[in-house]
Design a protein around this ligand. Structure first.
Ligand code: PMP
Ligand code: GLN
Length: 388
C-alpha cells in the first residue's frame, strides 16, 4: 500500500459494524436507518429495473435527475444551477468529495477540515496529494454545543490554502452551523481566495428548525460565495437509501467541469435505475421527508434522555443521525477503549469521536451514538447501556 494511504486501511465504521455483526450487538455505530425510504421512490426503482433502465446512464447523470436537483436547490435555497453544466451526479457524496479534491487540489496545496471531521475527508485529501489542516469545533462549556473557532480558522489559512471542507449539519457532533459561523467562513474564503466544498448530506435532518440559528443554510447562497462554492449532497440520508449511493455536486461551471473530469475516470457513471427514483423523490417525497424528520427528532430525544438516565453526559444534537455523549460520568476516560469493549460486554456498538480527529485529546471522552433506528431497537440498546 502506498504511504499516503497507509493511515487509512480500515474505516472505524467498517471495524465497528464488523464487531457488531460478529457479536450480534445492536449497531448504533455506523449511521444508516433500519427502515426504508418512501414507497413511491422504491417503486420507481423497481419499475425502472423492469423497464430496462439498466445500462450506463449519461456520465453527468440522467437529465431528469439533474433537473430535479437544480429545482430542489432553487426552491429551498434560492441558488440557481444550470442542470446541464452546473450539476453532476456522483456515486454518493463520497465520490463527489474525492473527485472534487482530485480535480481541484494540486500536490502540496492545503485543505482545511473542521475537526472532528468525516473520515473520508482525510483520505481524499491524501489521495489528492494535499495537506490537511484541521481547525477545531470547540464544545461550549455552558451548553455543550460544538461551535466553530473562527480565530483558529483564520490562523490556519494562508497562501497555500486551496479549499475548506465544510460539513453542516455536522457529523459527528450534530452541530448546525449558525448564520454567523457561515458568514465567518465566507469572509475567510473571500479574503484569502479559497474554494469552499460543502458537504450537505444532512441538509434535511435538522430538528429545531423553527429556532433562529437552527435552519439549514448553504454557504453557496452567501455574498461572493456562489462563484467559489462546490455544494455536495446525496439521497442517502434524505430518503433513507444509504446503499443506493446517488450523490451530486453543484457549483460554478468551471468547478463542476473539473470534478466531472475526475469523476469520469473513477466510476464514469452509476446507479442507473436509482437515478429516476431519486428524481421522483426530490420532486414528490419531501412531505415524507418532513414526517421522517419529525420522527427522527423524537428518536434524538428518546436516545438522549435514555443515555442521560444511563449516566452519560449527553451533548445537544441539532441535526444529523447522531448524538455524542461524555463517558466520564460513568467512570470511563477513553471512548475508543469503551467502544472496542461495548459489543462484547453489553451488546451495543458505537463510534469513538476521536476517530474523527487528528488531535484526540479534546474528544477522548466522547462517544457517538446513531438514533436512526426503530424505537424498540433504541429501547433495547438503552436497556443494555444502563448496565454500564
Ligand atoms: N459526508 C458525511 C458527513 C457523511 O456522514 C456521509 C455518510 N453518509 C457521507 C458524506 C457519505 O455520503 P454517501 O453515502 O452519499 O456517499
Ligand atoms: N456516514 C455514516 C456514518 O458516519 C457511515 C459511512 C460509512 O460507513 N463509511 O456513520
Amino acid at each position: 500500500l502506498v504511504s499516503r494511504l497507509q493511515p487509512f486501511t480500515s474505516t472505524i465504521f467498517a471495524e465497528m459494524t464488523a464487531s457488531a455483526v460478529r457479536t450480534g450487538a445492536i449497531n448504533l455505530g455506523q449511521g444508516f436507518p433500519d427502515t426504508d425510504g418512501p414507497m413511491g421512490m422504491l417503486q420507481m426503482a423497481r419499475r425502472a429495473i423492469a423497464e430496462g433502465v439498466n445500462q450506463y446512464p449519461p456520465g453527468p447523470g440522467r437529465p431528469e435527475l439533474r433537473q430535479a436537483i437544480a429545482d430542489h436547490r432553487l426552491t429551498r435555497y434560492g441558488t440557481e444551477y444550470d442542470p446541464d453544466t452546473q450539476v453532476l451526479v456522483t456515486a454518493g457524496a463520497t465520490e463527489a468529495i474525492a473527485a472534487a479534491l482530485l480535480a481541484l487540489v494540486e500536490p502540496g496545496d492545503e485543505v482545511v477540515v473542521i475537526e472532528p471531521y468525516y473520515d473520508s475527508y482525510a483520505a481524499a485529501v491524501a489521495m489528492a496529494g494535499g495537506v490537511r489542516r484541521a481547525v477545531p469545533l470547540r464544545s461550549d462549556p455552558a451548553t455543550g454545543r460544538f461551535a466553530l473557532d473562527l480565530a483558529a480558522l483564520r490562523a490556519a489559512v494562508g497562501p497555500a490554502t486551496r479549499a475548506i471542507l465544510v460539513n453542516s449539519p455536522h457529523n459527528p457532533t450534530g452541530t448546525v452551523l449558525s448564520g454567523d459561523e457561515l458568514a465567518g467562513i465566507a469572509e475567510v474564503c473571500r479574503e484569502n481566495d479559497i474554494l469552499a466544498i460543502t458537504d450537505e448530506v444532512y441538509e434535511h435532518l435538522i430538528f429545531d428548525d423553527a429556532r433562529e440559528g437552527s435552519r439549514h443554510r448553504t454557504l453557496a447562497a452567501l455574498p461572493g460565495m456562489t462563484e467559489r462554492t462546490l455544494v455536495i449532497s446525496s439521497a442517502g440520508k434524505t430518503f433513507s437509501a444509504t446503499g443506493w449511493k446517488i450523490g451530486w455536486a453543484c457549483g460554478p461551471v468551471e468547478l463542476v467541469h473539473a470534478v466531472k473530469a475526475a469523476k469520469q475516470f473513477l466510476t464514469f457513471t452509476g446507479g442507473a435505475p436509482f437515478q429516476p427514483a431519486v428524481a421522483h423523490a426530490l420532486r414528490h417525497e419531501l412531505d415524507w421527508v418532513e414526517r421522517m424528520r419529525a420522527e427522527l427528532a423524537a428518536k434524538r430525544d428518546r436516545l438522549s434522555e435514555g443515555l442521560a438516565t444511563a449516566g452519560f453526559g449527553v451533548l445537544p444534537s441539532e441535526g444529523t443521525y447522531f448524538v455524542c455523549a461524555d463517558v466520564r460520568p460513568l467512570g470511563y476516560t477513553d471512548g475508543a477503549q469503551l467502544c472496542r469493549a461495548l459489543p462484547e460486554q453489553i451488546g451495543v456498538a458505537a463510534i469513538p469521536v476521536q476517530a474523527f480527529c487528528d488531535e484526540p485529546d479534546a474528544t477522548r471522552h466522547l462517544v457517538r451514538f446513531a438514533f436512526c433506528k426503530r424505537n424498540e431497537v433504541l429501547d433495547e440498546a438503552l436497556r443494555r447501556l444502563r448496565r454500564l
